[in-house]
Design a protein around this ligand. Structure first.
Ligand SMILES: Cc1ncc(COP(=O)(O)O)c(C=O)c1O
Length: 351
């Protein structure tokens, strides 16, 4: 078979997303999706937005959405960027800020970062974790490199506080520091308030997790006006219309239904607490988590085996083959009913 890929990308290993199998109905606890649907108000706004104006392109700069987000987050409209999922914003940021800089990120963090590093040929340093899989913060200070931190971290769930992150941002102020807050709404503290103080800070969030809109693809980023303008100029070299009309409307509507948003985040936090305590009763070790997933292991069974056994029983979790975390599985927090089925299945497997 002929290979038409150009030399620069020939040897790249693509990111592998969590499986979305179609062979049977699984309880899906493998991709950190929200177990609850979008609010009825969001669905209504989406339906109403499907009009005979679909032959026209969407607003390329998503002005209405950015204005609504600006009020919601108490920042200026000029501080906001939106994209086709936060993965696209990350890709644009790599393209815009890192191609002639070195970068670093914790060795165990979002597995898309090394893929983008390869794609854009960025020299990346993976900072080893502490023995308990926490981030070795001291090793990320004064790097004179771009920095990427997932907070809360994935797949471990660890949350770094604002003071610690501010030290990382200020000690690396020559380059862009990205704080990827994909899971921040499940109990973390955002660093959005620091964007006025640090013009090298880019905070990225997503509507895919806490706002139940993974199916639409909407990401949002916050930074100084200067940084956002630079990111926008690269966006306009790549795709002028990244966020479609329906997604722009849905995102605005999700800000307008705060009550629903808060209630599902709270339910997930409650279910997380319940699941951790039940799994601990079964002898599982669970790392502290401020995300909508937990990272857990049991001394009698490795991660792959537990993943395969659960899969046979119709439950999908995520397993990573990397040696330092191969004992663990990452479990997305679903509904209480789903977690009861998971706990029952694990109890059976461990017997
Ligand atoms: C840490 C992290 N960042 C970004 C993303 C991408 O999210 P999106 O659906 O907005 O592209 C994910 C998705 O799993 C994630 O785990």
């Amino acid at each position: 078979m002929r290979n038409f890929l150009c030399n620069r990308v020939k040897s790249i290993t693509p990111y592998t997303p969590g499986e979305q199998p179609k062979d049977m109905m699984y309880i899906k606890l493998n991709t950190n999706e929200n177990p609850y649907p979008p609010s009825l108000k969001v669905l209504k706004a989406m339906k109403d937005s499907v009009t005979d104006k679909m032959q026209l392109y969407p607003d390329p700069e998503s002005v209405k959405l950015r204005k609504r987000a600006a009020t919601y987050y108490n920042v200026k409209f000029e501080n906001i960027f939106v994209g086709n999922g936060s993965d696209e914003i990350l890709a644009l940021a790599f393209m815009a800020f890192y191609q002639d800089t070195k970068i670093c990120y914790p060795e165990i963090s979002y597995s898309f970062y090394p893929v983008y590093s390869n794609l854009y040929q960025v020299d990346d340093e993976k900072i080893p974790m502490n023995d308990n899989l926490t981030i070795d913060v001291n090793k990320i200070m004064n790097k004179n490199k771009g920095v990427l931190i997932t907070n809360p971290n994935a797949p471990t769930g660890e949350h770094l506080n604002i003071e610690t992150l501010e030290k990382i941002i200020s000690s690396n102020n020559q380059n862009v520091v990205i704080i990827d807050e994909a899971y921040i709404d499940f109990g973390g503290d955002s660093v959005i308030s620091l964007i006025d103080k640090y013009d090298n800070l880019l905070v990225i969030q997503t509507f895919s997790k806490s706002r139940s809109l993974a199916g639409l693809r909407i990401g949002i980023a916050f930074g100084s006006e200067n940084l956002i303008n630079q990111l926008t100029s690269i966006k306009n070299c790549f795709n002028s219309y990244p966020v479609d009309k329906i997604s722009q409307v849905a995102a605005i509507a999700s800000f307008d239904d705060e009550l629903y948003f808060q209630s599902i985040c709270q339910k997930i936090k409650n279910t997380r607490k319940y699941t951790i305590s039940e799994l601990e009763k079964l002898g599982m070790e669970v790392l502290p988590s401020k995300a909508n997933f937990i990272f857990s292991k049991h001394k009698n069974i490795n991660g792959e085996k537990l993943y395969l056994k659960l899969r046979e029983m119709g439950i999908l979790v995520r397993y990573f083959s990397l040696p330092s975390i191969s004992e663990y599985v990452r479990i997305t927090i679903g509904t209480k009913e789903q977690m009861d089925k998971l706990i029952k299945a694990i109890r059976k497997i461990l017997k």
